[in-house]
Design a protein. Structure first.
Lengths: 418, 418
């Protein structure tokens, strides 16, 4: 992607009403556009990051047998009334609207009921279980406040998976598989070292649910960590969890954290409420065991920004960066233009994603933009590097650059930087 | 994809309330799930088709410099009031909702105003033009009736592109480029032979807009074709167009057709209404010329079903089929299972998408499902074919099958069937 052709531009200042660091940086760098509080459009650079995160999540969900589908945003009232979750006093984030004949509809903030309603058609016998489905959905939630940038939006992208099982034991086994898949996801997203499986409030159905929490100053949650035992507890269930787990509060370290995923063992209650059952091998009818597993894709993107940004801008982990290389051309004479164009073409052909700063702009402005945008590696080509037959290589996380022979760089790029 | 693991099942009957052939077949084959009138979820097979259509459209939009982004569904009233299009009397398909403080919001049915509002931040000078952006969006439209299955939904996926230009001439040139790109898209979707660029109502801004209309019995439009001159006119502008184009009504053939794309030359009015301008090379402020270009992705999928289906089920063109090969294993003994598994693995490794019917079911049921699902090529492996060292190959569009040596089939698959 050539920056001269990209329609977004970097900005020195974020909008004054934007208080969250993640949104400030994403707006300044041209990754998102603020439509209103809690509602953002994703411009080409931002969309690339989103798609990279989705790709990683998709691969791991497919690897544990998840089947991708896409449910609807519009939801009929009837599907949610039966579990009482249509009621605004019980679920306080509904956006609701109406058909022309005044039939009330909801805009989906989650899909448990919708999935169960659909599965009624497909799950008849124990032979149809287990089944695991997931989607990347644009969820709408009528949040009272929306001041955390893309970390808590009124419109956001979520991966939600639902697994249905014949028995509680089968559900438990799959639930553990998902926990392992989630760990692989956060590792690949660059968040693995600081992400914990935390005990959290189970809501209506279970004592505890599991949250994936990333230690992060901008997070809205407070986490108590037992680093030796690798135990993490959300503040909201601290007293119960300490008792249950037989640990002492004195051994716990309090940190701020952001929820990056959560999983709920819903059990058979939803199935019983909705009267959706399967015929067991015993010929009798049984309720279906359900679990749901969420990852806020846009939220994770915001957490990554908050967690790794430095005073110069964003710092993207390899797996999610909008490009692997930010190629800066200094000067505009024929020789340097040709050399930079040539390198851009060769890297593209090798399958390396490159942001190519081919604009006529001062070196300082170009370097500042490269830091703000935050790709893992910056390559500079100038008359000086050409004279030496090298490219200047600077990693975003390092202060110093080094010179590498152009041939070596091209030849060994993957080996050096993968 | 193994059918034994796919959670959807084929059905003999569609829901009684579903009158559109496309939805009947898609539901029966397990490609979509009906949530309510005009609202469908896309299950794994349907999602594959959608993604194939999107891939083709994306490649062609990128090839003409389109930059992909994703706008928001939630829309602030202010953005649309300025052009009067917030008014339900002017735009009668809005779904509207409210924030908790009673602020009214709209759910996007289109994005012209939203794009212009965003571009205000990025287009300052003539150097920032032209620019072309597009998205695949889940549009919501409060249709009074929704009886055409996925051909006219209350919730549907649309590719909408918007191009902004400094002059009317520059817009015109790009507009022609998009027409050519659209032709390539319909060719690749298998609709090229029967898709026409038709003159249609221009709405507020121009005399005519251009629609892409596919001849199709299930279509809601009536088209007048001048086959010799390759001219097509929507019934709604017949009288004006005949006059303008200097053709005789007697030479026109009336056909039913479905709109599969439309493009609007909006001109500078939207920019003037919204007071969004750029600084020209003359140092003065000028309005921006805008055009918009839509393709209903889900609608196109519906049209493809309607157009090619036969009495046995759906018939997918190569480019959009959920899989290239539908592999049927007849019998379940060790030898035939091993051979079918082996072929499935080899094809998957060669990058060929395969639906593998590895279920224990009668041959008749398997063949009926293969016809209903509609992949381009059916391959059958049985003890009989194994004894002969062949596979049975049947194209969905042909009545007869033929035997091909297994080695030949594997070796030459791409050559034979691409």
């Amino acid at each position: 992607m050539r920056l001269s052709q990209l329609f977004t531009k970097t900005r020195k200042e974020a909008p004054k009403d934007e208080t969250a660091l993640n949104a400030q940086l994403l707006i300044r760098a041209g990754f998102v556009h603020k439509v209103m509080a809690g509602v953002y459009a994703y411009t080409p650079l931002g969309l690339r990051v989103l798609e990279n995160i989705k790709r990683i999540v998709r691969e791991e969900m497919n690897a544990i047998g998840g089947q991708e589908l896409i449910m609807s945003s519009l939801q009929p009232k009837e599907t949610w009334e039966i579990t009482t979750r249509w009621d605004d006093d019980i679920v306080d984030v509904w956006f609701k609207t109406k058909l022309k004949d005044d039939t009330e509809l909801g805009l989906a903030w989650s899909h448990e009921e919708a999935i169960m309603e659909m599965m009624k058609q497909f799950v008849e016998s124990y032979k149809d279980l287990p089944v695991s489905v997931y989607q990347f959905q644009n969820k709408l939630r009528n949040e009272l406040r929306a001041k955390s940038g893309i970390m808590r939006g009124r419109e956001f992208v979520m991966k939600d998976m639902y697994s249905l099982h014949a028995t509680a034991e089968d559900l438990d086994a799959y639930y553990q598989k998902v926990i392992e898949a989630y760990k692989r996801i956060y590792d690949r997203l660059g968040l693995g070292d600081d992400t914990y499986v935390a005990f959290a409030s189970g809501g209506a159905f279970t004592k505890f649910s599991h949250e994936f929490q990333t230690v992060c100053e901008a997070g809205e949650d407070v986490l108590y960590l037992h680093r030796d035992k690798n135990i993490a507890v959300n503040e909201e269930v601290l007293d119960e969890a300490v008792k249950e787990l037989g640990i002492s509060k004195d051994d716990l370290e309090m940190v701020k954290s952001a929820e990056v995923g959560n999983i709920f063992n819903i059990g058979s209650e939803k199935s019983e409420q909705m009267n959706i059952r399967f015929t067991g091998s015993d010929g009798k009818e049984h309720p279906i065991y359900l679990a749901s597993y969420g990852i806020g894709i846009t939220r994770v993107m915001g957490v990554i920004v908050e967690k790794f940004a430095d005073e110069h801008g964003m710092v993207w982990p390899e797996g999610v960066a909008p490009a692997q290389i930010h190629l800066v051309r200094l000067g505009a004479d024929e020789e340097v233009t040709k050399a930079a164009d040539d390198l851009y073409t060769k890297l593209a052909k090798a399958g390396v994603e490159v942001l190519y700063d081919d604009r006529d702009a001062p070196a300082g402005a170009k370097f500042a933009d490269a830091d703000l945008i935050g790709c893992p590696v910056r390559i500079t080509i100038s008359n000086r590097t050409l004279a030496e037959g090298v490219v200047e290589v600077k990693r975003r996380t390092e202060a110093d650059s080094k010179h590498v022979k152009t041939g070596e760089f091209l030849k060994h790029y993957h080996g050096q930087h993968a």
